[in-house]
Design a protein around this ligand. Structure first.
Ligand code: PMP
Length: 400
């Protein structure tokens, strides 16, 4: 029996209890939602928290002085502490949390309101050109903005190892120098599922360069510890971590570079979204992100193992080493992207839906130099099951 089967067996009853808490999933037993990387389904306690908030204390935050307004203000302030705790922040007094609508807005806020204060003429930043465009466009926009103010900065491409799909520390060491002021990285790649080795990036750039982490595909899927990662920003989407659409956060450490102070009048926060985020983080902590990671990695292995037996028909994108069953280099997280060698990705998406599978099939918002040709992405969360993977493999096998 392979390692992933053992994991699946060990975690089976824990997972069944959790799956039962997703009404949209249990309500559609003939469908399999395999698009968690785009947005996640919500467990009942998150839905309950939304209803409770809207039916007991809905008001604006930081404005009124009556009990509902005070409760909402306390909710938003408490949510900042909740995010810090969720991220294992060892020094909550030395960090800040800013709520956003998702990772895109979060990264843009860092680029617009913080980065320019760090940089002077001739400085360099290193950013990914091969990840999600949300983690490239804001840095290029900041470069343009600074150029209009007469400050020329150089944007360097974070180098990749062709074989593993991971960042290349040796090539990074060659381009990182005394003018390198900032590095943007991604935690888990949204197409290849690779867990990008962020520790190595820190080791290469040294202790003084701020690192901003796009954690859109890791928060909610695996333990994300800021103490462990030694990054300065963690940016994520609440809606991918089981909270409502329109939620997200930037966690910022006040240690390297200027303080993070999102500029301008902030307006009304997404109070109900923030209520859902607190409930989602409570739920994830109770479920155990370590076990969610083990479960989804086991299902991913089941899928890649099956796909590797159909190599003549399907090309799996990304790291080859994590394709082998039981591979020690299992750094592929909860998503797998592939192409059929004879069927266009959009058509394959339609065919799979006719079998009850909801997958993503397009170019996946890849940035600059990323592979933008269509492909099918299967992305998982804790509600997914080995039976769904087996059924999917059967459907894929029927197209050989
Ligand atoms: N970064 C990564 C790695 C992502 O996968 C996504 C969403 N697919 C984003 C950023 C953008 O997230 P959002 O749409 O919530 O802003």
């Amino acid at each position: 029996m392979s390692a992933y089967h053992t994991e699946i067996e060990e975690l089976g009853s824990w997972q069944r209890e959790l799956r039962a808490q997703f009404p949209i999933v249990t309500g559609h037993p003939d469908l399999a939602y395999l698009d968690a990387a785009a947005t996640a389904q919500k467990p009942q306690p998150v839905l309950d928290a939304v209803r409770r908030y809207l039916t007991t204390s809905n008001a604006n935050a930081g404005r009124g002085s009556y009990p509902w307004a005070n409760a909402t203000t306390a909710l938003v302030e408490g949510a900042r502490d909740r995010v810090k705790r969720f991220l294992g922040d060892p020094d909550p007094d030395g960090s800040a949390v800013h709520f956003t609508s998702g990772t895109t807005e979060g990264l843009r806020t860092v680029a617009r309101d913080w980065l320019p204060g760090l940089l002077t003429d001739g400085d360099e930043i290193v950013v990914p050109f091969h990840d999600h465009r949300a983690n490239l466009s804001p840095w290029l926009e900041a470069q343009e903005l600074l150029a209009r103010q007469g400050v020329g900065i150089r944007v360097r491409e974070l180098p990749y190892q062709a074989g593993s799909g991971d960042y290349d520390p040796d090539a990074l060491a060659r381009i990182a120098g005394p003018r390198t002021r900032f590095v943007a990285v991604t935690h888990v790649h949204h197409v290849y599922g690779a867990d990008m080795n962020v520790h190595r990036v820190r080791r290469v750039v040294g202790p003084d360069v701020p690192i901003c982490l796009d954690a859109a595909q890791s928060v909610g899927h695996l333990p994300v510890s800021v103490a462990d990662l030694d990054v300065d920003f963690v940016v994520f989407s609440g809606h991918k971590a089981l909270a409502l659409p329109g939620t997200g956060a930037v966690w910022a450490r006040r240690r390297r570079g200027p303080d993070f102070r999102p500029g301008g009048w902030q307006g009304t926060p997404n109070t109900v979204g923030i209520a859902s985020l607190v409930a989602a983080l409570d739920w994830l902590d109770a479920a155990g992100t370590d076990r969610i990671e083990r479960w989804t990695v086991a299902l991913t292995s089941l899928l890649t193992d099956g796909l590797s037996r159909m190599e003549g028909t399907y090309e799996v994108l990304g790291c080859r080493t994590s394709l082998a069953a039981g591979s020690k280099v299992q750094r592929r997280r909860s998503l797998v992207t592939f192409r059929h060698r004879g069927i266009d990705a959009h058509d394959l998406g339609f065919i799979l839906y006719s079998h009850g599978f909801m997958v993503r099939s397009d170019g996946h918002c890849q940035a600059g130099t990323g592979d933008k040709d269509g492909s099918v992405r299967v992305s998982l969360h804790v509600h997914n099951t080995p039976e769904e993977m087996e059924r999917l493999l059967t459907a894929l096998a029927s197209l050989q």
